[in-house]
Design a protein around this ligand. Structure first.
Ligand code: PMP
Length: 407
């Protein structure tokens, strides 16, 4: 993308003009959440001002319009992931809820004492804890794929972890700490040879690379709206129809039933069986707008530009003495975690903030991978398509200053 295009894009994000302590904001915390383009915020306003009514049950005009918008959003999400059918898209509150749903419902249908779940050492807590809870509930065992020094999954170890007791594999597409892009197609293929289904945590992948769930042959694929320029509180669970039909509902309530008597309740068809209660139809509508926005720029273009930013930042950071990049996988997304010898990441983050630069510090909700590396946390800069090389220059100079102050 050229300078003009980036400026054009930046103009869509009013928050990028904010002053932080009187300094121009540099927002490098995109892996935690992304900023929102004007069209997404306007869509929320439009939905509340022009089509607000409870969906799926009203016969009146507004209710039909709101229902149409929610279902149109489902179709857009399905197309975005290249799902075969829109019924395979369930709206949730986000990645965390999507994984909890699968861990619970799949666990109820297919897991029992002695069975095993395979995850990796680089998972976010939201792809660890729900499986641990399942393991506790059902007396099962959690098995963990090790990660190499540079941040790649040990695929030989992975293959040898799979056995007759393995019920499901759940791994991240892209690590939120290391930036590693995992070979998920191969992971799925290997599991499928043994008839084991696979869930892919796409929270850090969908904003940066085009995903085709059919091509991957993923059984479940999940992501959060807020990490892809959409609103908070809305997310997606993609599940193959055969799996979603085979597992029980996660929550009971309105919308998810077909008939209710005190003796017996029958459940609604897909995807409504998994959307108990009034769904976030405003969120889904605004998420669809975000997906449209991303699509319009084009994920291939986004990936190429963000990769350029990553490589540029890696080069520039080499100018800083005693810096160590954590996560140097061959295939990486635009996440740059680092440490400087003798300086706590928190101190670096605090001082960068005073210079108007937002980065993340800490364990990034992935304590186990910190233990693997034997570190307390990292400083993490994560880039989006609205970031620029000029911002990386300012960041590098600020970091030099901060390191000098702290050493
Ligand atoms: N998985 C990964 C890889 C993540 O980066 C995150 C968010 N940091 C999550 C899951 C959880 O996402 P959410 O909090 O939106 O549910």
């Amino acid at each position: 993308m050229n300078k003009e295009e980036i400026e054009h894009i930046r103009a869509d994000f009013p928050i990028l003009n904010e002053k932080i302590y009187n300094k121009d904001l540099i927002y490098f915390d995109n892996a935690a959440t992304t900023q929102k383009p004007r069209c997404v915020v306007e869509k929320i306003e439009y939905a509340y001002f022009h089509l607000n009514a409870n969906i799926h049950r009203g016969v009146h005009y507004l209710s039909l319009k709101a229902t149409e918008a929610h279902e149109a959003a489902r179709l857009i999400a399905a197309k975005f992931l290249h799902a075969e059918k829109k019924e395979e898209i369930v709206f949730t509150r986000g990645t965390t809820e999507s994984i909890n749903l699968v861990a619970f419902s799949f666990g109820e249908a297919f897991c029992s004492a002695g069975d095993e779940v395979v995850i990796s050492a680089m998972e976010h807590h939201s792809n660890i804890v729900p499986w641990q809870m399942l393991c506790e509930r059902k007396a099962m065992k959690l098995r963990v794929i090790p990660v190499s020094e540079n941040g790649e999954l040990d695929m030989t170890a992975y293959s040898s972890l799979l056995n007759k007791k393995t019920r499901i594999v759940s791994v991240t597409h892209v690590s939120n700490v290391l930036g590693s892009i995992n070979p998920v197609k191969e992971i799925i293929q290997i599991a499928h040879e043994k008839n084991i289904p696979v869930l892919i945590d796409g929270a850090q992948a969908v904003p940066h690379l085009a995903v085709d769930v059919q091509e991957l042959d993923a059984d479940f694929y999940v992501f959060s709206g807020h990490k892809i320029y959409g609103p908070t509180g809305i997310g997606v669970l993609y599940g193959k129809e055969k799996w979603l039909n085979a597992i029980p509902p996660y929550q009971g309530g309105g919308e998810m039933i077909s008939t209710v008597t005190f003796e017996k309740t029958t459940y609604s068809e897909l995807p409504f069986k998994f959307e108990a209660g009034t769904p976030d139809y405003v969120g889904s509508t605004a998420l669809a707008e975000a997906l449209r926005y991303v699509d319009q720029i084009g994920l291939d273009k986004i990936a190429a530009y963000e990769n350029e930013l990553l490589r540029y930042a890696e080069q520039r950071l080499k100018e800083i003495e005693n810096i160590h990049i954590i996560g140097t996988a061959k295939n990486k997304s635009s996440v740059l975690s680092f440490l400087v010898d003798g300086i706590h990441p928190y101190d670096i983050g605090m001082l960068l903030d005073k210079l108007g630069i937002a980065v993340r510090t800490g364990h990034h909700c992935a304590q186990p991978i910190m233990d693997v590396y034997g570190i307390p946390g990292t400083v993490r800069a994560s880039f989006a398509f609205y970031n620029t090389k000029e911002e990386i220059d300012r960041f590098t100079e600020a970091l030099k200053k901060v390191v000098n102050m702290l050493k």
